[in-house]
Write a protein that binds this ligand. Structure first.
Ligand code: T1G
Length: 680
C-alpha cells in the first residue's frame, strides 16, 4: 500500500508544485510492484480547497495542469482510495472524483464553488460529477456553488462510504485488505440518464442578463457529456480558458482575496492579541440595535439589549425571537439551536445590567448629546477592560471617545441595515483606539460572519463619504436631462443591486436632507442639487412614508411618479439648464468615476488602508456587484490614465468643481501604476 499526502498548508491548495508531486507519486506507486493499492489524503484537517486561485491571474498557470494529473490517477492500474476529511472543494473534489473509491468522515464537506470565482470546474468536474450523481443534482451543485455534507454526499453517490473516527486509518486498512475496492473509473461511467432534460431545465432557469457567464458555460460543459470522456473534457477545458480571462472572473477572484486581505491591519505588532468576547451589551432596541442582536445571537454570543422604553423593549425581544424561529422553520438551524439562541438573549431597562460584559455596542439615536449620556454612564458601570463601541454612521468617533476616561477602549462598529443580513462591518479606528481593541473588533467581525473593514475617522467614514459624491452626480444628472427611473435602471443594469435614488428612498430622504443641511453650513462651496430638498419639502421622505422620489402604492415596489418628473423638469428650467438626452453609459461613467475619485482621495488620506478595502466596503455594504469587483478594481480595468482623463474632462464641464482629481489618482496614473499594485 502506498499513501500520497496533499500537503500545502493551510488548505492543501493544488498549486503547480503539489500537482507535480502528485503526478510523480502516482506514477511511482503505479510502477511499484509492491504496491497493491494507493491511499490519497490531505494533511491536517482538510482534504483540499482546490486549485491555487492565486495562479489564475498568471498567464501560465504552471505545468502539469490539473486534467492531466487527474486522468493519470484515474488510469492507474491499482485502486486509488481517497480518504476525505474536512473541506473537499473545487479541484480537491475533482481529484477525489478521479480516484476509484471515496471514503469520508462526518466532517467532510463537498462543493465545486468555481462559479463563485467566475469560472467552471476545469479538471473534469463537469464530466465526472454528473456521471456519479446524475446531471440534475450535479448542475444544481455547480451552478450554485452549493456545499453538501458527508451524509448528502453518500446519499447522492459522491462518496462510497462514511466512517466514524480516523478516515485515513480506515482507508489504509481497506487498501491493505483483500476486500479492497475494485478499480472503478468515474470517467468511464455511462452518460447520466437525465442529461438532456436536466440541461434544458437548467438553461431555462438562467437569468436573462447576467454579469458572469460561468453558470451558462457550466451547463454548456455538462451538455457536452458523451460516451467519449476525452471529448467532453476538451470542451470543458476550452470553456474554462474562455471564462478565466473574463472581467467577472477577475473581479470575483479579487473579491475572494480582498475579503481575506482586509482582515489584516498594517503595522499591527504580531504580539497584539484580540481579547475574548463572549457576552455583549447592546444599547438601544431600535431597528439597528435589534438587527445587531440577531446577528450576535446567530454567532452564538450571549446578548443583553438595554432599551428604556417598555414597548420598544418587548418589540425588540419579539423581533429577535421571531427571526431565530424563522431560521428554524426554514431548516437552517435545528429547534434546539434556536431555543439556545433565544435563551442567550436578555432584555434590560437600564445600563446597570451591563456591569459584566466584554463589549458594549451603542446603537441609540444619531445625536451627540444622546451618545454623551450613554458613554459617560457606561464609563461608570462597565468593567475597566470592557470595550465600548458605537454604531454611529455619521458622528465623530473621537468626540464620542472623549466622553470616557480611557478613549483607547472606544472603537466604531458601523453595521449596515438590516444588520443581521448585510455582510459589511465598518470598523472605525479612532485617534486613541488601542491596537488590541482594534484587533478585537476585527476578530469580532469575523466571529459574527461579517467582512470587517477598518476606516479612519472622517465624515461618513469610507462608505457614506463616497456615497455622497455618487449621489451628488446622480442628482446633477437629473438636472441635466435624466429622470430617476433612467438613472436607477442604468446603474442596476450595470450591476448595482439598487440604483442610487431608490437607495435613498429606502434609507429615508430625511436622513440625506439632515446631512445636506449640515453640509450647506460646513461646505457652502460644494452645493448639491436642490432637487432632493424640493422632494423633502413635500414631506416625501421615501418608502417608509409611501412616497419619495418614487411612489410605493404597495409599500414596497417603486413606481415612477409623474409629479416628481415634472418637479425635476421645472427645476432644470428654474436654474436655466437646457435638458438633453443622457445615455446610460454617461450615467454609469459619472456615478462610477465619482466613487473612484473619492475612493482614491480616502486611500490617499490614509482613512482606508488599501484600495481593496474600499472595494470590499462597496461589495459588502452598498450592493456593488461582486462581478464588478468594486470601484477601485473598475478603475484598474479602465486604466488609471483613462480614468484621470475622463475626470479632467468632467472637471472642465458643468459643476466641474466636483471633479478635482484625487492626488493619489494623479500620482499613480503618472507612474503608470494600478490600484492593485502592492503597497499602493
Ligand atoms: N487557493 C489559494 N489560496 C487559498 C485557497 C485556494 N483555493 N483557499 C484558501 N486559500 C487561502 C486564503 O486566501 C487564506 O490565505 C488561507 O488560505 C485560509 O483561507 C481546477 C479551477 C477552504 C473554506 O473556491 O472557500 O479548484 O489570507 O481564510 O475561513 O476546477 O478558504 O491566510 O493568506 O478562507 O477557514 C475552488 C476557496 C478553487 C475554495 C477555508 N476552491 N477557499 O476557509 O480560511 S478553483 C474554492 C475557501 C478550482 C478547479 C478549479 C475557504 C476555505 P491567507 P480562509 P477559512
Amino acid at each position: 500500500m502506498s499513501e500520497i499526502i496533499l500537503d500545502t498548508p493551510p488548505v492543501n491548495a493544488l498549486g503547480a508544485g503539489l500537482r507535480r508531486h502528485l503526478l510523480a507519486a502516482i506514477e511511482a506507486a503505479d510502477a511499484d510492484p509492491a504496491v497493491e493499492a494507493i491511499v490519497l489524503r490531505g494533511a491536517g484537517s482538510v482534504f483540499s480547497a482546490g486549485a491555487d486561485i492565486a495562479e489564475f491571474a498568471a498567464d501560465d498557470m504552471g505545468e502539469p495542469w490539473h486534467p492531466l494529473v487527474l486522468d493519470r490517477i484515474e488510469a492507474c492500474s491499482k485502486p486509488v482510495i481517497a480518504a476525505i476529511t474536512g473541506v473537499c472543494l473545487g479541484g480537491g473534489l475533482e481529484t477525489a472524483l478521479a480516484c476509484h473509491y471515496r471514503i469520508a468522515d462526518a466532517s467532510a464537506r463537498f462543493a465545486l464553488p468555481e462559479v463563485t470565482l467566475g469560472i467552471l470546474p476545469g479538471a473534469g468536474g463537469t464530466q465526472r460529477l454528473p456521471r456519479l450523481m446524475g446531471a440534475r443534482e450535479a448542475l444544481a451543485m455547480m451552478t450554485g456553488g452549493r456545499m453538501i455534507d458527508a451524509g448528502q454526499a453518500l446519499a447522492l453517490g459522491v462518496v462510497d462510504e462514511v466512517v466514524d473516527g480516523d478516515v485515513a486509518a480506515a482507508a489504509r486498512e481497506l487498501a491493505a485488505s483483500a476486500g479492497r475496492p475494485p478499480i472503478r473509473r468515474t470517467g468511464a461511467l455511462p452518460v447520466p440518464a437525465d442529461l438532456a432534460e436536466a440541461v434544458a431545465e437548467a438553461r431555462a432557469r438562467l437569468p436573462v442578463a447576467a454579469l458572469s457567464t460561468a453558470p451558462a458555460r457550466i451547463i454548456d460543459s455538462v451538455a457536452a457529456i458523451t460516451p467519449d470522456f476525452a471529448a467532453g473534457c476538451a470542451v470543458e477545458t476550452a470553456l474554462f480558458s474562455e471564462l478565466r480571462t473574463t472581467e467577472a472572473a477577475r473581479a470575483l477572484q479579487h473579491a475572494f482575496f480582498g475579503e481575506r486581505k482586509v482582515s489584516r491591519i498594517p503595522g499591527l505588532a504580531r504580539d497584539v492579541k484580540a481579547r475574548p468576547v463572549a457576552k455583549v451589551g447592546i444599547v438601544g432596541g431600535g431597528l439597528m440595535g435589534t438587527g445587531i442582536a440577531i446577528a450576535l445571537l446567530n454567532a452564538g454570543l450571549s446578548v443583553i439589549v438595554v432599551e428604556t422604553r417598555d414597548d420598544a423593549r418587548e418589540k425588540s425581544r419579539e423581533t429577535a425571537a421571531k427571526a431565530v424561529e424563522r431560521d428554524a422553520a426554514k431548516g437552517r438551524i435545528t429547534q434546539t439551536v434556536a431555543e439556545s439562541r433565544i435563551a442567550a438573549l436578555s432584555m434590560a431597562a437600564g445600563l446597570e445590567a451591563l456591569g459584566d460584559v466584554d463589549l458594549v455596542i451603542e446603537a441609540v439615536f444619531e445625536d451627540l448629546a444622546a451618545k454623551e449620556q450613554v458613554f459617560t454612564a457606561l464609563d461608570r458601570i462597565v468593567r475597566p477592560d470592557t470595550i465600548l463601541a458605537s454604531n454611529t454612521s455619521t458622528l465623530d468617533l473621537d468626540a464620542i471617545a472623549a466622553f470616557v476616561a480611557d478613549p483607547s477602549r472606544v472603537v466604531g462598529l458601523h453595521f449596515f441595515s438590516p444588520a443581521n443580513i448585510m455582510r459589511l462591518l465598518e470598523v472605525v479606528r479612532g485617534a486613541a483606539t488601542g491596537p488590541d481593541v482594534l484587533a478585537t473588533a476585527m476578530a469580532f467581525a469575523k466571529r459574527v460572519g461579517k467582512v470587517g473593514v477598518v476606516s479612519g475617522v472622517c465624515d461618513g467614514f469610507i462608505g457614506n463619504r463616497m456615497f455622497e459624491e455618487y449621489l451628488r452626480q446622480a442628482y446633477f444628472l437629473l438636472e441635466e436631462g435624466a429622470l430617476p427611473q433612467g438613472v436607477d435602471r442604468a446603474m442596476e443594469r450595470w450591476g448595482m443591486a439598487m440604483g442610487p435614488l431608490r437607495v435613498l428612498d429606502l434609507a429615508g430622504q430625511d436622513i440625506g436632507w439632515a446631512i445636506r443641511k449640515r453640509r450647506a453650513v460646513e461646505q457652502p462651496d460644494r452645493p448639491y442639487s436642490g432637487i432632493p430638498d424640493r422632494v423633502c419639502e413635500l414631506g416625501r421622505f421615501g418608502q417608509k412614508v409611501g412616497r419619495g422620489i418614487y411612489q410605493y402604492p404597495d409599500g414596497r415596489t417603486a413606481v415612477a411618479d409623474p409629479l416628481i418628473d415634472d418637479l425635476i423638469v421645472a427645476y432644470s428650467q428654474e436654474i436655466g439648464v437646457e435638458r438633453r438626452l443622457i445615455e446610460d453609459a454617461e450615467i454609469v461613467d459619472r456615478c462610477l468615476l465619482a466613487l473612484i475619485n473619492e475612493g482614491a482621495r480616502i486611500v490617499g488620506e490614509g482613512i482606508a488602508y488599501r484600495p481593496v478595502d474600499v472595494d470590499m466596503i462597496y461589495l459588502n455594504g452598498y450592493g456593488f456587484a461582486r462581478e464588478r469587483g468594486g470601484p477601485m478594481f473598475q478603475a484598474d480595468e479602465i486604466g488609471l490614465a483613462t480614468v484621470l482623463e475622463k475626470i479632467r474632462a468632467l472637471a472642465a464641464g458643468r459643476n466641474g468643481w466636483a471633479w478635482e482629481p484625487a492626488p493619489l489618482l494623479v500620482e499613480l496614473a503618472a507612474q503608470g501604476k494600478r490600484f492593485a499594485d502592492p503597497n499602493v
